[in-house]
Design a protein around this ligand. Structure first.
Ligand code: ADP
Ligand code: MG
Length: 265
């Protein structure tokens, strides 16, 4: 059954958490690949100046001719910036280090928070026939992340299963509330994904219990385990689903993709 309230065009998810190293990029690459494997057309937009998602998908810095910086600056159309990756159905708009000065360059631009929103809604994007857009955010609540939150329908929050993980969320929640009030009233939290979870570790169990108690249904049922295959895959420029399809990491991201798809049908 299709949902008549569903907006036209792809569902746009910002993958955000201002903490670094919590699994944003790993989630962007592997959730993207798992959705693509399930037959969905997916665009990953890398807006982290570090460009880890771009590298992890095999697009080295010298091959990033057109980047997310160019689309933010309106120097390129996103429909032409999007390039097919080695994964069928998965497109990428890569990031370059130019992005690190975007905050300053855009300071006097009145539309500075809406640049990604407007770019992704250009009519030419329709021809890509996308089902999902995933935006891999930098580890900061800066203008780039705000652009992602303004552009998105909802936010996927990777949460590392460690002590103080939940405390770190309040800052992100405040920013989401602020973006809702000022620019994107429909912005929802799609879900909190517990990452790097170690079942045998009592602390990780405690974090999961606390998260489910405090955030309830916002926490995805799927938990991403700590799995070395997930950390190895990027150096082979592959999503884990190609690198080691039977690994626990691959199975977890497949399950997370299925959880998302089930919500949309
Ligand atoms: P972020 O984008 O939030 O900074 P990353 O996705 O880059 O975080 O992850 C940080 C580091 O942890 C990377 O080296 C990555 O390979 C590793 N990592 C992420 N998720 C897992 C996981 N579930 N199991 C093992 N290693 C992981
Ligand atoms: Mg990252």
């Amino acid at each position: 059954m299709s949902d008549p309230t569903r907006p036209r065009g792809p569902r746009i998810f910002a993958i955000a958490n201002q903490k670094g190293g919590v699994g944003k990029t790993t989630t962007a690459i592997n959730l993207g690949a798992a959705l693509a494997r399930a037959g969905k057309k997916v665009l990953l937009v890398d807006i982290d100046p570090q460009g880890n998602a771009s590298t992890g998908l095999g697009v080295e810095p010298d091959k990033r001719m057109v980047s997310s910086y160019d689309i933010l600056m309106d120097e390129a159309a996103p429909s032409s910036a999007a390039r097919q990756t080695d994964v069928q159905n998965l497109w990428l708009i890569p990031a370059t280090t130019d992005l690190s000065s975007a905050d300053i360059e855009l300071i006097s631009n009145e539309k500075r928070s809406y640049l990604l929103h407007d770019a992704l809604r250009q009519p030419a994007m329709d021809k890509l026939g996308l089902d999902y857009v995933l935006i891999d955010c930098p580890p900061s609540l800066n203008l780039l992340t705000v652009n992602a939150l303004v552009a998105a329908h909802s936010v996927i929050v990777p949460l590392q299963s460690e002590f103080f993980a939940l405390e770190g969320l309040s800052q992100l929640m405040l920013t989401i509330r602020d973006v809702r009030e000022r620019a994107n009233p429909g912005l929802r939290i799609e879900g909190v994904a517990l990452t790097m979870h170690d079942k045998r570790n009592n602390l990780a169990q405690q974090v999961e219990e606390d998260a489910r108690e405090n955030l309830g249904e916002l926490v995805f049922e799927t938990v991403i385990p700590r799995n070395v295959r997930l950390s190895e895959a990027p150096s082979f420029a592959m999503p884990v689903l190609d690198y080691d399809p039977s690994s626990r990491g691959a199975q977890a991201y497949k399950a997370l993709a299925a959880e998302l798809i089930a919500r949309d049908t």
